[in-house]
Design a binder for this molecule. Structure first.
Ligand code: HGY
Ligand code: MN
Ligand code: MN
Length: 409
């Protein structure tokens, strides 16, 4: 079994984009809907019954041979960051489809049901709040989230209403907890550890917690030529000083990362002192306590910079997820397959967030990591080799067969 088919599908899906010449696919965009149609077709070819739920998640389901058997969930997200690579997300949706098609080709049927999930939104690009897809699927989407607005002022609720062509009601969990065997996500590592250990695959022990905010700095716009430096209340200079202070704190704190990823300046003219700045802040640590301590420190730093510069600073929290430990039982089962195929396994913590964070509220989760070149991700040069994808495919087939035997195939 080789990964040629999987690579072809990843390449084809990687060309479904909202932007010419780069891969960008955001929540419920035109490209998102084209992606669901394309992947839905591949799901059907693999013998899955396909549906979309009310938040645009794509769900392919195969019943088990044993009536009333539980369901194993496999999947990841189909949305991307801006100018993305083609593996982050789609790999975890397409690989299970190819693995299930392989089992079908071998005439292997599973006693339990399987659902392959293509979440409609994990990255949080359009609304600065991640995991809208898996929050919908697990019944954890909050009313407050519906009010979040994108750069054009459109709210999550309005986008969902337009997608459904009618009223949107906050969804309940797709399954009661007792009906599930667990959730397994295959994802590129997006880091350097597997490459450094010369391993194609590893398993995830825990997923780091993360907090995301929007900060608004308010100063006073003015004439760039006539306003003396000492009389300025320059919002951009304040935001820039804060950005460097956040970087300095993270560099000085083991395991802490802090990122200002998006920033807008108003009124935004070369000869006008910036009166306002809006920027994002993403703060992560494997330890929730360390992350919270860092957030307190950052709040004090921002307040001191605002006071010194005569600015106002307002914080809006757009996301807050605690660190999540993967299920030891499900991870042990996955590790057996990795050891059987690769000879050995490696457990590592994920600095990146994943849908497994939200899914862990509904069912035990495990994650299989695939090596990616230079650990690079959220970049068009993101790359996993066909050889490594072939190893991951064999692990998924082995894992499904072992689960089948365990549940009485
Ligand atoms: O941002 C993340 O950690 C993930 O790629 N959504
Ligand atoms: Mn990502
Ligand atoms: Mn991802």
């Amino acid at each position: 079994m080789n990964a040629q088919n999987l690579c072809r599908m990843l390449d084809e899906l990687g060309r479904v984009s909202d932007e010419d010449g780069k891969l960008t696919r955001t929540f419920l965009s035109t490209a998102m809907r084209r992606a669901n149609a394309l992947v839905g077709g591949w799901m059907r070819d693999a013998g899955l019954a396909v549906r979309e739920d009310s938040v645009g998640n794509l769900i392919g389901r195969a019943e088990g041979t044993r009536a009333g058997a539980k369901t194993l969930l496999l999947g990841s997200h189909l949305d991307t960051v801006r100018d993305a690579g083609r593996f982050d997300g789609p790999l975890g949706v397409l690989l299970p489809i190819v693995a299930l098609a392989e089992l079908k080709r071998r005439g292997v049927s599973l006693p339990f049901a399987v659902e392959v999930l293509g979440f409609s939104e994990e990255e949080g690009v359009r609304f600065a709040s991640a995991y809208l897809g898996s929050e919908g699927y697990t019944g954890r989407l909050k009313a407050a989230t519906l009010g979040l607005r994108d750069g054009a002022g459109v709210s999550v609720g309005e986008v969902l209403k337009e997608f459904l062509g009618g009223d949107f009601a906050l969804p309940k969990a797709a399954h009661p907890r007792g009906e599930l065997l667990g959730y397994v996500e295959v994802h590129i590592e997006q880091g350097p550890v597997l490459e450094a250990n010369k391993l194609a695959l590893g398993v995830v022990s825990a997923i780091a917690g993360q907090s995301r905010f929007k900060l608004t700095w308010t100063g006073k716009a003015g004439h760039a030529g006539t306003t003396p430096m000492a009389l300025r209340r320059d919002a951009l200079a304040g935001a820039a000083e804060f950005t460097l202070a956040a970087e300095k704190l993270a560099r000085g704190t083991a395991g802490l990362v802090a990122t200002v990823g998006a920033l807008t300046v108003s009124p935004g003219a070369a000869n006008v002192i910036p009166g306002g700045v809006l920027h994002t802040l993403d703060v992560r640590h494997a330890s929730d306590a360390r992350r919270k301590t860092a957030l307190l420190r950052l709040g004090k730093l921002a307040a001191a910079i605002a006071r010194k510069r005569g600015l106002k600073v307002a914080w809006q929290r757009t996301q807050d997820n605690g660190a999540v430990a993967c299920s030891p039982t499900l991870t042990a089962q996955l590790t057996l397959s990795v050891q059987a195929v690769q000879g050995k396994s490696l457990a590592l913590v994920s600095g990146a967030g994943h849908d497994g964070v939200v899914m862990s509220a509904l069912t035990p989760v495990a994650m299989l990591f695939v090596r990616c070149r230079d650990g690079l991700s959220h970049h068009p040069d993101e790359y996993a080799s066909p050889r490594d994808l072939g190893v991951a495919l064999r692990v998924m087939v082995d894992f499904l067969e072992r689960m089948g035997q365990q549940h009485g195939a």
